[in-house]
Ligand binder design. Structure first.
Ligand code: NCD
Length: 335
């Protein structure tokens, strides 16, 4: 398979076609699947232009002046929501943060009626997070052709802007994705972060992708790229890794906790620590999408160490969302 050929997983609805406009430009961002190496690289290059050094004023532009962005978060979020909010504001957009606990969706209004209502108020971009799979795609399928939908976290299926910020962070520290050994450790089964990152990593030519978890939290093989190695032994998984990404156990998505290790057992068997990082490459970086449970999936002092790029990921999140927002607005403008 050519490395630039789009990936397709078996049991996830294929939204990759839906996200491109007729001219091939990005209209919605729903999934990493179907995006080519060139398209991802272009988004990362554009994101890099919005990165500013810590302590410096944040990058700004007027690319979204006169536009309105609505954040519809039907699931809790701190950093992703704040990041989209700041990204839109720094591009000059009006931003609407809907309080979904009191909104009409809880009163039984269909999500499409809510979208049509907001479209009537001239909202241009909808940023959607939902616990159910298929919601961002469903909205994209039914929305008018003058709006754009951005997936900000969809069940355990996709989190494309997180994947982009992870790729940008790896590229900044390692200079490339191609040929690297990347270990993602934790609750892979329930992680949209692991899924979208895996898809992006494979498209960008990762050398070896290892998905490491307790057996009860392993992914169904058809939900991750065929290139990924599914492992259960942390020591084997960390050996010579260039990048180690720790994930939280997503208890809110687990009905039956049988077979899921308790906190102490989890840290002893799968926790990422300084001692364990000795197995990885000497200049390996440690990542975490947050929210982080110190002392469970990651040793607290490792999270604060020089090998940790966790706060860099957060900064890059704003830059990536600025890049995605300005890209889709260009596509809408070109209609
Ligand atoms: C992740 C998410 O919501 O999928 N967090 C994030 O967006 N930064 C990961 C998680 O909740 O564990």
């Amino acid at each position: 398979m050519s490395l630039t050929e789009p990936l397709k997983s078996a049991n996830v609805p294929d939204e990759s076609e839906l996200q491109l406009a007729e001219n091939g430009e990005l209209r919605h961002l729903l999934t990493m699947r179907g995006l080519s190496r060139e398209q991802i690289t272009e988004l990362l290059d554009r994101s890099q232009k919005f990165v500013s050094e810590p302590g410096q004023p944040a990058a700004r532009s007027r690319a979204l002046k006169g536009r309105t962005v609505a954040n519809l978060f039907f699931e809790p979020s701190t950093r992703t929501r704040a990041s989209f909010d700041l990204a839109a504001q720094r591009l000059g957009a009006d931003v609407l943060n809907l309080d979904v606990n009191t909104s009409s969706r809880k009163k039984g209004e269909s999500i499409l009626d809510m979208i049509y209502t907001l479209e009537a108020m001239q909202v241009d971009v909808f940023v959607v997070r939902d616990a159910d799979s298929g919601i961002p795609g469903h909205i994209a399928r039914h929305a008018n052709n003058y709006v754009s939908i951005l997936n900000a976290g969809e069940s355990d299926v996709a989190h494309p802007t997180q994947a982009l910020l992870d790729m940008l962070t790896i590229r900044q520290h390692k200079g490339r994705i191609e040929g690297l050994t990347v270990a993602i450790v934790g609750d892979i089964a329930h992680s949209r972060v692991a899924r979208s990152a895996s898809e992006a990593l494979v498209t960008l030519g990762v050398g070896e992708l290892r998905l490491i978890s307790p057996p009860a939290l392993a992914p169904m093989p058809q939900t991750v790229p065929a290139e990924a190695k599914i492992l259960h032994n942390l020591e084997d998984g960390l050996r010579d890794a260039d990048v180690v990404m720790a994930l939280r156990i997503q208890r809110e998505r687990i009905d039956n906790l049988d077979g899921i290790p308790g906190i102490d057992e989890y840290f002893a068997t799968y926790g990422i620590s300084h001692a364990r990082m000795k197995l990885a490459a000497r200049d390996a970086i440690v990542m975490h999408p947050g929210p982080m449970n110190r002392g469970i999936e990651i040793e607290s002092k490792l999270a604060d160490s020089t090998s940790s790029v966790i706060t860099r990921q957060v900064s890059n999140g704003v830059a990536v969302r600025m890049a995605v927002l300005s890209t889709v607005i260009n596509t809408l403008d070109a209609r």
